[in-house]
Ligand binder design. Sequence first.
Ligand SMILES: Nc1ncnc2c1ncn2[C@@H]1O[C@H](COP(=O)(O)OP(=O)(O)OP(=O)(O)O)[C@@H](O)[C@H]1O
Ligand SMILES: [Mg+2]
Length: 351
Amino acid sequence: MRNLQPLIFDPHPHVNFIYGDNGSGKTSILEGIAVMASGKSFRTNQLKHVLAHDNDRMEMRFSIEDPDMGVCEMESLRLKAGDHLLKLNGSVLTSQAEAAHWLPVQIIEPNTFKLLSGSPEERRAFIDWGVFHVEQSFMEQWKTFRKHLKQRNAALKQKEEEWLDVWNAGFIEAAEHIDNERQAYLKRFKPEFKRILNELDPSISVTLAYYPGWEKDSRLADVLSRQQERDMTLGYTQSGPHRAELRIKCDKQPASEILSRGQQKTVVSALKIAQGSLFQQESGRRTIYLVDDLASELDEKHRFALCKLLEDLKCQVFITSIDKEKLTDVWQPVASKVFHVEHGKLEECTE
Ligand SMILES: Nc1ncnc2c1ncn2[C@@H]1O[C@H](COP(=O)(O)OP(=O)(O)OP(=O)(O)O)[C@@H](O)[C@H]1O
Ligand SMILES: [Mg+2]
Protein backbone atom coordinates (compact mmCIF):
# COMPACT_ATOMS: atom_id res chain seq x y z
CA MET A 1 0.00 0.00 0.00
CA ARG A 2 1.01 3.65 -0.66
CA ASN A 3 4.82 3.86 -0.64
CA LEU A 4 5.29 0.92 1.74
CA GLN A 5 7.61 -1.87 0.71
CA PRO A 6 6.40 -5.38 1.52
CA LEU A 7 6.85 -5.59 5.26
CA ILE A 8 6.59 -7.88 8.24
CA PHE A 9 5.68 -5.94 11.35
CA ASP A 10 6.07 -7.56 14.75
CA PRO A 11 4.63 -4.93 17.09
CA HIS A 12 4.74 -4.85 20.86
CA PRO A 13 1.47 -5.85 22.55
CA HIS A 14 1.43 -2.48 24.29
CA VAL A 15 3.23 0.62 23.04
CA ASN A 16 4.70 1.05 19.56
CA PHE A 17 6.50 4.26 18.59
CA ILE A 18 6.97 4.83 14.88
CA TYR A 19 9.09 7.75 13.75
CA GLY A 20 10.44 8.95 10.42
CA ASP A 21 10.69 11.96 8.10
CA ASN A 22 7.82 13.53 6.20
CA GLY A 23 6.60 11.21 3.47
CA SER A 24 8.44 8.17 4.86
CA GLY A 25 5.27 6.07 5.35
CA LYS A 26 4.25 6.44 9.03
CA THR A 27 0.60 7.33 8.39
CA SER A 28 0.41 4.62 5.72
CA ILE A 29 1.22 1.97 8.33
CA LEU A 30 -1.59 3.16 10.61
CA GLU A 31 -3.85 3.48 7.57
CA GLY A 32 -3.24 -0.20 6.79
CA ILE A 33 -4.43 -1.22 10.26
CA ALA A 34 -7.48 1.06 9.93
CA VAL A 35 -8.38 -0.35 6.51
CA MET A 36 -8.15 -3.91 7.82
CA ALA A 37 -10.35 -3.07 10.82
CA SER A 38 -13.01 -0.90 9.26
CA GLY A 39 -12.71 -1.28 5.50
CA LYS A 40 -12.19 2.48 5.45
CA SER A 41 -9.24 4.85 5.42
CA PHE A 42 -9.20 7.94 7.61
CA ARG A 43 -7.40 9.74 4.76
CA THR A 44 -9.49 9.04 1.69
CA ASN A 45 -12.97 7.91 0.74
CA GLN A 46 -11.58 6.09 -2.27
CA LEU A 47 -9.55 3.07 -1.34
CA LYS A 48 -8.00 2.86 -4.80
CA HIS A 49 -5.72 5.72 -3.70
CA VAL A 50 -4.37 3.56 -0.89
CA LEU A 51 -3.02 0.92 -3.26
CA ALA A 52 0.51 1.61 -4.41
CA HIS A 53 0.61 3.46 -7.76
CA ASP A 54 2.55 0.69 -9.49
CA ASN A 55 0.52 -2.18 -8.09
CA ASP A 56 -2.96 -3.49 -8.77
CA ARG A 57 -3.34 -5.50 -5.56
CA MET A 58 -2.79 -5.04 -1.86
CA GLU A 59 -2.56 -7.88 0.60
CA MET A 60 -2.47 -7.82 4.41
CA ARG A 61 -2.39 -10.65 6.91
CA PHE A 62 -2.81 -9.99 10.64
CA SER A 63 -2.35 -12.31 13.59
CA ILE A 64 -4.72 -11.16 16.30
CA GLU A 65 -4.64 -12.33 19.88
CA ASP A 66 -8.08 -12.14 21.40
CA PRO A 67 -9.15 -13.24 24.91
CA ASP A 68 -12.22 -15.04 23.49
CA MET A 69 -10.85 -16.42 20.24
CA GLY A 70 -7.20 -17.02 21.08
CA VAL A 71 -4.91 -16.35 18.14
CA CYS A 72 -6.74 -15.78 14.88
CA GLU A 73 -5.64 -14.89 11.38
CA MET A 74 -7.31 -12.13 9.42
CA GLU A 75 -6.52 -11.70 5.74
CA SER A 76 -7.48 -8.98 3.31
CA LEU A 77 -6.95 -8.87 -0.43
CA ARG A 78 -7.92 -5.79 -2.40
CA LEU A 79 -7.67 -5.26 -6.13
CA LYS A 80 -7.44 -1.84 -7.76
CA ALA A 81 -10.59 -2.72 -9.70
CA GLY A 82 -12.42 -2.63 -6.34
CA ASP A 83 -12.81 -6.34 -5.53
CA HIS A 84 -12.18 -7.23 -1.92
CA LEU A 85 -11.78 -10.52 -0.10
CA LEU A 86 -11.74 -10.68 3.69
CA LYS A 87 -11.04 -13.88 5.61
CA LEU A 88 -10.97 -14.89 9.25
CA ASN A 89 -9.13 -18.14 10.00
CA GLY A 90 -9.46 -19.10 6.35
CA SER A 91 -13.24 -18.53 6.13
CA VAL A 92 -14.57 -15.72 3.98
CA LEU A 93 -16.26 -12.94 5.96
CA THR A 94 -19.37 -11.58 4.32
CA SER A 95 -19.45 -8.34 6.28
CA GLN A 96 -16.85 -5.81 7.32
CA ALA A 97 -18.68 -5.53 10.66
CA GLU A 98 -17.32 -8.93 11.64
CA ALA A 99 -13.76 -7.75 11.07
CA ALA A 100 -14.54 -4.59 13.06
CA HIS A 101 -15.78 -6.79 15.88
CA TRP A 102 -12.49 -8.68 16.16
CA LEU A 103 -10.32 -5.66 15.55
CA PRO A 104 -11.77 -2.70 17.47
CA VAL A 105 -9.73 0.35 16.51
CA GLN A 106 -9.84 3.99 17.62
CA ILE A 107 -7.99 6.65 15.64
CA ILE A 108 -6.57 9.94 16.89
CA GLU A 109 -4.97 11.90 14.05
CA PRO A 110 -4.56 15.53 12.98
CA ASN A 111 -8.03 15.69 11.40
CA THR A 112 -9.69 14.17 14.44
CA PHE A 113 -11.11 17.54 15.46
CA LYS A 114 -13.66 16.99 12.68
CA LEU A 115 -15.56 14.89 15.18
CA LEU A 116 -16.49 18.24 16.76
CA SER A 117 -16.77 20.45 13.69
CA GLY A 118 -17.88 17.96 11.04
CA SER A 119 -21.36 16.80 10.14
CA PRO A 120 -23.71 15.17 12.70
CA GLU A 121 -23.14 11.90 10.84
CA GLU A 122 -19.63 11.69 12.30
CA ARG A 123 -20.97 11.98 15.85
CA ARG A 124 -23.74 9.46 15.16
CA ALA A 125 -21.07 7.05 13.91
CA PHE A 126 -19.12 7.72 17.10
CA ILE A 127 -22.06 6.81 19.36
CA ASP A 128 -22.87 3.80 17.21
CA TRP A 129 -19.30 2.46 17.48
CA GLY A 130 -19.79 2.33 21.23
CA VAL A 131 -23.21 0.69 21.02
CA PHE A 132 -22.14 -1.81 18.35
CA HIS A 133 -19.05 -3.01 20.16
CA VAL A 134 -21.03 -3.87 23.26
CA GLU A 135 -24.31 -4.88 21.62
CA GLN A 136 -23.60 -6.75 18.39
CA SER A 137 -27.29 -7.04 17.48
CA PHE A 138 -27.22 -3.27 16.97
CA MET A 139 -25.95 -3.74 13.41
CA GLU A 140 -28.99 -5.88 12.57
CA GLN A 141 -31.31 -3.35 14.23
CA TRP A 142 -29.73 -0.63 12.15
CA LYS A 143 -30.19 -2.62 8.94
CA THR A 144 -33.86 -3.21 9.83
CA PHE A 145 -34.32 0.50 10.46
CA ARG A 146 -32.73 1.43 7.10
CA LYS A 147 -35.08 -0.96 5.34
CA HIS A 148 -38.12 0.67 6.99
CA LEU A 149 -36.78 4.15 6.24
CA LYS A 150 -36.34 3.24 2.57
CA GLN A 151 -39.88 1.86 2.36
CA ARG A 152 -41.28 4.93 4.09
CA ASN A 153 -39.38 7.34 1.86
CA ALA A 154 -40.52 5.46 -1.26
CA ALA A 155 -44.16 5.76 -0.10
CA LEU A 156 -43.66 9.48 0.56
CA LYS A 157 -42.21 10.03 -2.90
CA GLN A 158 -45.06 8.14 -4.55
CA LYS A 159 -47.57 9.97 -2.31
CA GLU A 160 -49.00 6.60 -1.25
CA GLU A 161 -50.66 7.64 1.99
CA GLU A 162 -52.26 4.25 2.63
CA TRP A 163 -48.85 2.57 2.53
CA LEU A 164 -47.44 5.07 5.02
CA ASP A 165 -49.74 3.73 7.73
CA VAL A 166 -48.44 0.24 6.99
CA TRP A 167 -44.75 1.21 7.11
CA ASN A 168 -45.02 3.58 10.07
CA ALA A 169 -45.42 0.88 12.74
CA GLY A 170 -42.21 -0.96 11.76
CA PHE A 171 -40.36 2.32 11.27
CA ILE A 172 -41.30 3.57 14.74
CA GLU A 173 -40.45 0.29 16.45
CA ALA A 174 -37.00 0.10 14.81
CA ALA A 175 -36.36 3.81 15.45
CA GLU A 176 -37.20 3.57 19.14
CA HIS A 177 -34.98 0.53 19.50
CA ILE A 178 -31.99 2.42 18.12
CA ASP A 179 -32.78 5.48 20.20
CA ASN A 180 -33.03 3.43 23.41
CA GLU A 181 -29.68 1.77 22.77
CA ARG A 182 -27.99 5.10 22.03
CA GLN A 183 -29.45 6.76 25.12
CA ALA A 184 -28.47 3.86 27.37
CA TYR A 185 -24.94 3.94 25.97
CA LEU A 186 -24.53 7.69 26.45
CA LYS A 187 -25.74 7.43 30.03
CA ARG A 188 -22.87 5.06 30.76
CA PHE A 189 -20.45 6.98 28.55
CA LYS A 190 -20.85 10.49 29.99
CA PRO A 191 -19.27 9.92 33.44
CA GLU A 192 -16.34 8.06 31.86
CA PHE A 193 -15.80 10.91 29.40
CA LYS A 194 -15.89 13.45 32.23
CA ARG A 195 -13.30 11.48 34.18
CA ILE A 196 -10.94 11.12 31.20
CA LEU A 197 -11.24 14.76 30.09
CA ASN A 198 -10.48 15.85 33.63
CA GLU A 199 -7.29 13.78 33.55
CA LEU A 200 -6.26 15.18 30.18
CA ASP A 201 -7.03 18.80 31.00
CA PRO A 202 -9.11 19.82 34.03
CA SER A 203 -9.46 23.37 32.70
CA ILE A 204 -11.66 22.29 29.76
CA SER A 205 -15.32 21.92 30.49
CA VAL A 206 -17.70 20.58 27.84
CA THR A 207 -21.14 19.07 27.94
CA LEU A 208 -22.66 16.36 25.76
CA ALA A 209 -26.31 16.70 24.83
CA TYR A 210 -28.07 14.02 22.83
CA TYR A 211 -30.89 14.83 20.46
CA PRO A 212 -32.74 11.71 19.22
CA GLY A 213 -33.59 13.07 15.77
CA TRP A 214 -37.07 14.25 16.60
CA GLU A 215 -38.61 16.85 18.92
CA LYS A 216 -37.51 16.33 22.47
CA ASP A 217 -40.09 14.88 24.87
CA SER A 218 -42.43 14.03 21.98
CA ARG A 219 -43.50 10.61 20.79
CA LEU A 220 -42.08 9.77 17.38
CA ALA A 221 -45.53 8.61 16.24
CA ASP A 222 -46.99 12.07 17.00
CA VAL A 223 -44.11 13.86 15.31
CA LEU A 224 -44.48 11.72 12.18
CA SER A 225 -48.18 12.38 11.91
CA ARG A 226 -47.65 16.14 12.46
CA GLN A 227 -44.95 16.21 9.78
CA GLN A 228 -46.61 13.87 7.32
CA GLU A 229 -47.70 16.55 4.90
CA ARG A 230 -44.31 18.21 4.83
CA ASP A 231 -42.57 14.81 4.54
CA MET A 232 -44.78 14.10 1.56
CA THR A 233 -43.84 17.41 -0.08
CA LEU A 234 -40.14 16.81 0.57
CA GLY A 235 -40.29 13.14 -0.38
CA TYR A 236 -38.32 11.96 2.63
CA THR A 237 -38.61 11.43 6.38
CA GLN A 238 -37.43 14.46 8.33
CA SER A 239 -37.42 12.88 11.76
CA GLY A 240 -35.91 9.70 13.13
CA PRO A 241 -32.64 8.27 14.45
CA HIS A 242 -31.01 8.95 11.05
CA ARG A 243 -31.17 12.63 12.10
CA ALA A 244 -29.87 12.18 15.65
CA GLU A 245 -27.18 14.53 16.93
CA LEU A 246 -24.71 14.61 19.76
CA ARG A 247 -24.18 18.27 20.63
CA ILE A 248 -20.82 18.96 22.17
CA LYS A 249 -20.92 22.31 23.90
CA CYS A 250 -18.71 24.65 25.81
CA ASP A 251 -20.46 27.44 27.71
CA LYS A 252 -23.67 26.64 25.81
CA GLN A 253 -21.86 27.27 22.49
CA PRO A 254 -20.70 24.60 20.03
CA ALA A 255 -17.29 23.44 21.32
CA SER A 256 -15.87 23.64 17.78
CA GLU A 257 -16.55 27.43 17.73
CA ILE A 258 -15.00 28.15 21.11
CA LEU A 259 -12.11 25.82 21.78
CA SER A 260 -8.60 26.21 20.33
CA ARG A 261 -7.29 23.52 17.98
CA GLY A 262 -5.23 21.91 20.72
CA GLN A 263 -8.19 21.97 23.11
CA GLN A 264 -10.39 20.41 20.42
CA LYS A 265 -7.85 17.65 19.92
CA THR A 266 -7.83 17.08 23.68
CA VAL A 267 -11.63 16.83 23.81
CA VAL A 268 -11.75 14.42 20.88
CA SER A 269 -8.96 12.34 22.42
CA ALA A 270 -10.95 12.21 25.66
CA LEU A 271 -14.03 11.05 23.73
CA LYS A 272 -12.06 8.27 22.07
CA ILE A 273 -10.18 7.15 25.15
CA ALA A 274 -13.39 7.14 27.19
CA GLN A 275 -14.99 5.01 24.51
CA GLY A 276 -12.12 2.50 24.57
CA SER A 277 -12.08 2.47 28.35
CA LEU A 278 -15.81 1.80 28.61
CA PHE A 279 -15.54 -0.89 25.93
CA GLN A 280 -12.82 -2.54 27.99
CA GLN A 281 -14.84 -2.41 31.21
CA GLU A 282 -17.96 -3.80 29.55
CA SER A 283 -16.52 -6.43 27.23
CA GLY A 284 -13.25 -7.40 28.91
CA ARG A 285 -11.60 -6.82 25.50
CA ARG A 286 -9.27 -4.02 24.45
CA THR A 287 -9.26 -1.38 21.75
CA ILE A 288 -6.25 -0.73 19.53
CA TYR A 289 -5.29 2.95 19.38
CA LEU A 290 -3.75 4.53 16.30
CA VAL A 291 -2.30 7.92 17.20
CA ASP A 292 -0.95 9.61 14.09
CA ASP A 293 1.34 12.60 14.48
CA LEU A 294 1.05 12.78 18.25
CA ALA A 295 2.82 16.13 18.46
CA SER A 296 0.47 17.98 16.13
CA GLU A 297 -1.45 20.61 18.14
CA LEU A 298 -0.43 19.13 21.50
CA ASP A 299 2.17 20.60 23.84
CA GLU A 300 4.42 18.47 26.00
CA LYS A 301 2.07 18.42 28.98
CA HIS A 302 -0.90 17.29 26.91
CA ARG A 303 1.18 14.73 25.00
CA PHE A 304 2.26 13.21 28.28
CA ALA A 305 -1.27 13.15 29.73
CA LEU A 306 -2.59 11.45 26.58
CA CYS A 307 0.18 8.85 26.48
CA LYS A 308 -0.19 8.10 30.19
CA LEU A 309 -3.91 7.42 29.80
CA LEU A 310 -3.23 5.10 26.89
CA GLU A 311 -0.59 3.30 28.93
CA ASP A 312 -2.98 2.92 31.86
CA LEU A 313 -5.56 1.31 29.57
CA LYS A 314 -2.94 -1.37 28.84
CA CYS A 315 -4.16 -1.61 25.28
CA GLN A 316 -2.06 -1.79 22.14
CA VAL A 317 -1.11 1.60 20.76
CA PHE A 318 0.68 2.72 17.62
CA ILE A 319 1.99 6.27 17.88
CA THR A 320 3.76 8.14 15.12
CA SER A 321 5.90 11.27 15.15
CA ILE A 322 8.52 12.94 12.99
CA ASP A 323 11.13 13.06 15.78
CA LYS A 324 11.93 10.26 18.10
CA GLU A 325 12.40 12.84 20.85
CA LYS A 326 8.84 14.18 20.55
CA LEU A 327 7.76 10.69 21.55
CA THR A 328 10.32 9.67 24.08
CA ASP A 329 11.10 13.00 25.76
CA VAL A 330 7.76 13.02 27.54
CA TRP A 331 7.20 9.36 28.15
CA GLN A 332 9.23 6.18 28.60
CA PRO A 333 6.78 3.34 28.99
CA VAL A 334 8.23 0.08 30.24
CA ALA A 335 6.55 -2.09 27.65
CA SER A 336 7.34 -0.65 24.23
CA LYS A 337 9.10 -1.02 20.90
CA VAL A 338 10.46 1.75 18.70
CA PHE A 339 10.38 1.58 14.90
CA HIS A 340 11.93 3.80 12.26
CA VAL A 341 10.43 4.27 8.77
CA GLU A 342 12.47 5.46 5.81
CA HIS A 343 11.28 5.46 2.17
CA GLY A 344 8.51 3.01 2.99
CA LYS A 345 10.82 0.61 4.83
CA LEU A 346 10.09 -0.20 8.48
CA GLU A 347 12.80 -1.27 10.89
CA GLU A 348 12.79 -1.92 14.60
CA CYS A 349 15.29 0.14 16.63
CA THR A 350 16.90 -2.16 19.11
CA GLU A 351 19.26 0.15 21.02
N1 LIG B 1 -0.87 5.26 -3.83
C1 LIG B 1 0.39 5.58 -3.56
N2 LIG B 1 1.42 4.88 -4.12
C2 LIG B 1 2.70 5.18 -3.84
N3 LIG B 1 3.07 6.16 -3.02
C3 LIG B 1 2.11 6.89 -2.43
C4 LIG B 1 0.72 6.64 -2.66
N4 LIG B 1 -0.01 7.50 -1.95
C5 LIG B 1 0.87 8.27 -1.28
N5 LIG B 1 2.15 7.91 -1.58
C6 LIG B 1 3.40 8.44 -1.01
O1 LIG B 1 3.62 7.69 0.17
C7 LIG B 1 4.46 8.40 1.03
C8 LIG B 1 4.11 8.12 2.46
O2 LIG B 1 3.05 8.90 2.90
P1 LIG B 1 2.67 8.98 4.43
O3 LIG B 1 1.52 9.89 4.50
O4 LIG B 1 2.51 7.61 4.99
O5 LIG B 1 3.96 9.64 5.07
P2 LIG B 1 4.23 10.10 6.57
O6 LIG B 1 5.46 9.40 7.02
O7 LIG B 1 3.02 9.91 7.39
O8 LIG B 1 4.55 11.64 6.37
P3 LIG B 1 4.21 12.93 7.27
O9 LIG B 1 5.26 13.03 8.32
O10 LIG B 1 4.33 14.06 6.30
O11 LIG B 1 2.85 12.77 7.82
C9 LIG B 1 4.42 9.84 0.57
O12 LIG B 1 5.68 10.15 0.03
C10 LIG B 1 3.36 9.85 -0.52
O13 LIG B 1 3.66 10.76 -1.54
MG1 LIG C 1 1.75 11.27 8.26
